[in-house]
Design a protein around this ligand. Structure first.
Ligand SMILES: Cc1cc2nc3c(=O)[nH]c(=O)nc-3n(C[C@H](O)[C@H](O)[C@H](O)COP(=O)(O)OP(=O)(O)OC[C@H]3O[C@@H](n4cnc5c(N)ncnc54)[C@H](O)[C@@H]3O)c2cc1C
Ligand code: SF4
Ligand code: SF4
Length: 1021
């Protein structure tokens, strides 16, 4: 069959732009600048195609107008959700329509019918949270549910770990309201064949033509479909023609289960998907990757949540052994069986946010070693005792997780798997192109054995993991696509894998779809006749080929349009941070690799957690971690017309980055934009034509300024409070007049401590400690510093306050990296002078400063062999107190906590972002937030952690005029409303946070004054 050439436009036409912008029927946004196009040129796949523009419809009317106008001007369009697709179906030379930004409402939930009606941009997890109070959920559970939109789930026919009970998304669609390629609308739901025939005969509308084609396919292709279809029900490739019959070669194993809970759900599950004599075109839209229609409303079937679940983990000596065990396990009627390879556990340990999740592996180690493969088996139902019994019957040595918390930990490791496996350093990356095959479960072991042989031929290996229960393994061979050999191997491995998969009765895609990676294999899979049927169906729905061209029908070649192809080149700049020597700690090497580390998986587009607050508040791709990484990559790989254009685009993208390190801790690939931001600004301002703001010097060198100004604190403080000064400050140097500035103290910490020292009793000293007094503790909050020193004295510390203030955080934040380097050298020489043996712990109370020693100093001074030792001795005071001292006793045990204010006094704790970004310590004791909680609990407080990300202040950021509103917007996402609610419910609740910025933000936003943890500890002494 001759491929139709997709319409190749170089840009949106001026007439189209002017018509869209002038019509009252379109209230959305249209962007066609290069930066926006680059931001939407990638998804989570290995491909990159620059779109023609990006539109953000605000309403269905907007969406209809967009499609109608595009049809008029023959502009290809591509509806998009979060862009987490792995096969390239969310990118193309088209006008991208981002449905995630505004079209994300929950329209209706019907508890009796167990249905939900939603707009396409609604995030799956948001839907699940909304229906959870009714004990309902959406059945298919893709691992990407925290950012995948319903539109994306439908168009990709997404499925997840529980597909053996719930099947795929196509099985849960009741009706779809769609917009067809000419802008006309239709609703597809179950109707009688007679009604379908009537619609088909009525007119020449696209709806009528689609019904005509569907009825023809049903009658004329039934035999061919049944002959050619893969034997597995787990299939997301080609169009769902089998749903028209309706027929399936097999079905999810648990759909025949008689168990009470399953059968309750079975009444609602759709095999057969429609009743005899009926037809529903909605499941046909599922898996069509936006090539048949654009969805604007979906009515979905929901399923009951199981009352309880139990997890068991089995260990195996090899992946093949694990795969061969699956069929037998399925006889026990589990609700999920997932494969986790050893490599995933090892990589998860290296990501701060995920490392603690892997603790369960300790229970299943074989000879102190991680097992080669794990099978995670889940049973679901109504009675915990029955589930436990089933688990024991499965294997009496199985390690069992009963509590919801431990189960979640195991699931989280599995869910972040794909992203983590992609985080490997170096140019050889685990590449997604055969990552989604499914074979009948009884052939799974054989399949893995054969794949290993294929990979061996090409001198590579791969990780295997995921939905073993459904015969669906995610396999990502390590390839260097920046070389011709890598690209040649890509095609060769794909061809052999496709042949193998088809020989074993499998499907080339089980849930991720065809996109650019697999469209080429449809003819091999289904044969010419069915592919012609796909073609006919597509062009009856989209006669001009405008909907997501090049996908499913007339596919593009799988080895073209690669993001990193053999012609890809990148050139960075000479960084100050020594990225390349940080291998042991970071997983990337060099500035360029640090930038290229983003794989596009889009975890940074989720709506909770610490990553990424600027995306959460703005919903803008540019202000997500991924957007920033993409623009940085565009800069170093010459995608901008001029370097200066690129520099300005990146500058804009980094402007709203709060440098909270949320990405460092939560991005499965370890993308660390905060570090790149410091480095970029240092580089950017190294060019004389780029002038710094005066306030950058003010903030960067605040320690030096405060040292000069603090003796005149009363005058300075009252001046800074006056409206005239505030307004002038706003006008002249861009400081927000809406902020109250922190008040200086006339007496610095050093001077106050000197006086107290006279009362100290040296005979009680048990341990020497270095205290890092930062500029804020020294000049603005010496009372907190003094409290900390008092507590340290009480446990018998001889305190040496370091003369250099802080670790240079304010300089680093403002990108004064050379100055930060000099400052750091001064501090290191002070540390070495006071502690030549390198034994003393270094303790402080301001997270941003202490963690600079643990983090950035390793990058600044990685060629200093003593640096690792210094960094591992740096602790926040609470981390220090919960660790054993030289006598082996936990240090805080020397403190006697009294019942002042009452034990169980409720404390609401907000963790500083850098606390949240801490990796687990080698000594196994808690770090960061966990350490604060341990100490506060030990003192008798009843502590509740606020589940929020960055406070939005982020050092100087919130004080800057143009950032004030955004800073408050970030805080209003979760933090401030949570505090207000808590204080309203219980006026005696105490707020606690260690960061000086968080303190100011909470005070400004709620009028509640928080305490530093050490103040609360002191209250109990
Ligand atoms: C780390 C990782 C793990 C993943 N795990 C899973 C998994 O377990 N199971 C699974 O099934 N998938 C998984 N995926 C793939 C992907 O996340 C899902 O398929 C998801 O449903 C895509 O949703 P999205 O909003 O990102 O869609 P996008 O990627 O934006 O779009 C997907 C397709 O839907 C089309 N589309 C979007 N909106 C509309 C609309 N309104 N009308 C018509 N077409 C539309 C697009 O054109 C595109 O073809 C994973 C991806 C990653 C990166
Ligand atoms: S920044 Fe991290 S989480 Fe975001 S898309 Fe890139 S790799 Fe994924
Ligand atoms: S540092 Fe924070 S704001 Fe910046 S990209 Fe990372 S998560 Fe987003």
């Amino acid at each position: 069959m001759q491929n139709r050439k997709p319409i190749a436009l170089s840009a949106l036409s001026a007439d189209f732009i002017s018509e869209l912008q002038s019509t009252k029927r379109f209230s959305g946004e249209l962007r066609y600048d290069l930066t926006s196009r680059l931001l939407y040129s990638t998804d989570a796949s290995i491909y990159q195609i620059e779109p023609l523009g990006v539109a953000f419809p605000r309403s269905t009317e907007d969406l209809i107008t967009l499609i109608e106008t595009s049809a008029k001007y023959e502009i290809p369009i591509l509806a998009r959700g979060s862009g987490s697709s792995l096969a390239g179906q969310a990118i193309g030379r088209a006008l991208v329509i981002d449905c995630s930004r505004y079209l994300n409402r929950l329209i209706e939930v019907n508890r009796e019918e167990q249905t939900a009606t939603v707009e396409p941009g609604m995030i799956l997890n948001t839907l699940n949270r909304a229906v959870s109070p009714y004990q309902l959920q959406f059945g298919p559970d893709p691992a990407s549910a925290e950012r995948a939109t319903i539109g994306g789930c439908i168009a990709n026919n997404a499925a997840g770990a529980h597909s053996i009970i719930y099947g795929m998304t196509a099985d849960h669609i009741i009706s779809l309201d769609i917009i067809l390629s000419d802008g006309s609308t239709a609703t597809f739901s179950e109707i009688s064949l007679l009604s379908a025939q009537k619609i088909a005969a009525e007119s020449n509308s696209i709806t009528a033509r689609l019904y005509r084609k569907a009825l023809d396919l049903r009658s004329d292709y039934s035999e061919e479909i049944q002959k050619q279809w893969p034997e597995t029900w787990r299939r997301a490739s080609g169009y769902n023609l089998n749903y028209l019959l309706p027929w399936s070669p097999s079905q999810p194993p648990q759909w025949s289960s008689n168990q009470e809970w399953f059968s309750g759900n079975l009444k609602r599950l759709p095999y057969p998907p429609v009743l005899p004599g009926q037809i529903n075109l909605a499941p046909l839209i599922a898996g069509s990757e936006g090539t048949l229609a654009v969805i604007h409303k979906a009515k979905l079937r929901l399923v009951s949540k199981p009352r309880c679940t139990i997890l068991g983990v089995l260990s195996f000596g090899s992946i093949i052994e694990a795969c061969e065990a699956v069929q037998e396990i399925l006889l026990h009627e589990p609700s999920a069986v997932e494969l986790i390879p050893q490599s995933l556990i090892k990589l998860a340990r290296s990501v701060p946010a995920y490392a603690p999740l892997t603790s369960f592996v300790e229970n299943i180690k074989v000879d102190e070693q991680d097992p080669a493969a794990l099978l995670v088996v889940e049973f679901s139902g109504n009675e915990p005792a029955i589930l436990l019994e089933k688990m024991r019957r499965l294997d009496k040595h199985i390690w069992i997780a009963e509590s919801a918390e431990v189960q979640k930990r195991v699931w989280d490791v599995r869910k972040v798997g794909l992203g983590i496996l992609m985080s490997r350093p170096g140019d050889h990356k685990p590449v997604a192109f055969i990552e989604d095959t499914a074979v009948p479960v009884n052939r799974l072991g054989e399949f893995v054995r054969e794949i290993e042989k294929i990979l061996d031929q090409y001198g590579t290996t791969a990780d295997f993991y995921a939905h073993a229960s459904a015969g669906c393994l995610h396999i990502r061979p390590l390839l260097n696509l920046k070389t011709i050999q890598g690209v040649t191997n890509l095609r060769a491995i794909a061809e052999q894998t496709v042949d193998l998969t088809l020989r074993l009765g499998g499907a080339v895609s089980a849930e991720h779809g065809d996109g650019l990676a697999r469209g080429e294999w449809l003819e091999k899979t289904y044969g010419k006749i069915i592919v012609q049927a796909f073609h006919d169906l597509k062009f009856s729905a989209d006669p001009k080929g405008l909907l997501n061209p090049g996908k499913i029908v007339d596919p593009l070649e799988m080895d073209k349009n690669l993001r990193f192809g053999e012609t890809y080149r990148s050139v960075g700049w000479q960084p100050v941070f020594q990225f390349s020597n940080a291998e042991e700690r970071q997983r990337e090497r060099g500035l360029v690799e640090a930038i290229e580390q983003c794989n596009g998986a889009g975890v940074c587009r989720k709506s909770d957690g610490v990553m990424c607050p600027s995306f959460q508040a703005s919903q803008e791709e540019m202000h997500s971690t991924r957007g920033r990484a993409n623009l940085l990559r565009a800069l170093i790989s010459g995608n901008f017309p001029t370097r200066d254009f690129g520099l300005q685009a990146v500058r804009e993208a980094l402007d709203l980055c709060l440098a909270c390190k949320g990405c460092k801790s939560e991005c499965p690939s370890g993308v660390d934009i905060a570090r790149l931001k410091y480095e970029f600004f240092n580089y950017y301002y190294s060019e004389p034509k780029h002038k710094r703001h005066v306030r950058d010097y003010l903030f960067g060198y605040i320690g030096n300024l405060a040292a000069i100004g603090h003796p005149f604190a009363p005058i300075v403080n009252s001046l800074l409070e006056t409206n005239t000064i505030k307004k002038t400050g706003e006008r002249l140097i861009g400081l927000s007049s809406q902020r109250a500035f922190p008040k200086m103290s006339t007496r610095s910490l050093h001077s106050q401590w000197k006086k107290r020292l006279q009362h100290n009793r040296p005979e009680l000293y048990k341990e020497d400690v270095l205290f890092l007094s930062d500029a804020f503790t020294e000049y603005f909050q010496p009372h907190i510093g003094l409290t900390a020193l008092d507590v340290l004295s009480k446990i018998g510390c001889r305190i040496h306050i370091l003369p250099t203030q802080g670790a240079g955080r304010t300089l680093i934040s403002k990108g004064f990296l050379e100055s930060a380097n000099k400052h750091g050298k001064r501090l290191l020489s002070d540390i070495q002078r006071l502690d030549p043996d390198g034994m003393m712990p270094i303790v402080g109370v301001e997270p941003s400063e202490i963690y600079t020693l643990r983090d950035e100093f390793l990058d600044l001074f990685s060629d200093d062999p003593k640096m690792l030792n210094i960094s591992s001795r740096a602790f926040m005071l609470d981390e220090y107190l919960i660790r054993p001292g030289t006598d082996g006793d936990i240090r805080y045990s020397k403190l006697t906590f009294k019942d002042s204010g009452g034990f169980n006094q409720k404390v609401l704790f907000h963790g500083h972002c850098y606390q949240k970004a801490q990796s687990p310590a080698e000594d196994g004791f808690p770090m960061g937030v966990a350490a604060s909680l341990v100490l506060l609990k030990a003192a008798g407080y009843s502590v509740q952690l606020i589940d929020a990300g960055c406070c939005g202040m982020a050092g100087a950021f919130g004080y800057e005029k143009e950032h004030f509103d955004f800073s408050m917007q970030v805080a209003e996402q979760t933090l401030l409303p949570t505090i207000r609610r808590a204080v309203q419910a219980n006026s005696s609740v105490i707020l606690c946070t260690p960061g000086v910025s968080c303190h100011a933000q909470i005070e400004d936003g709620t009028d509640v004054t928080p305490f530093h943890p050490i103040q609360l500890i002191a209250k109990k002494l």
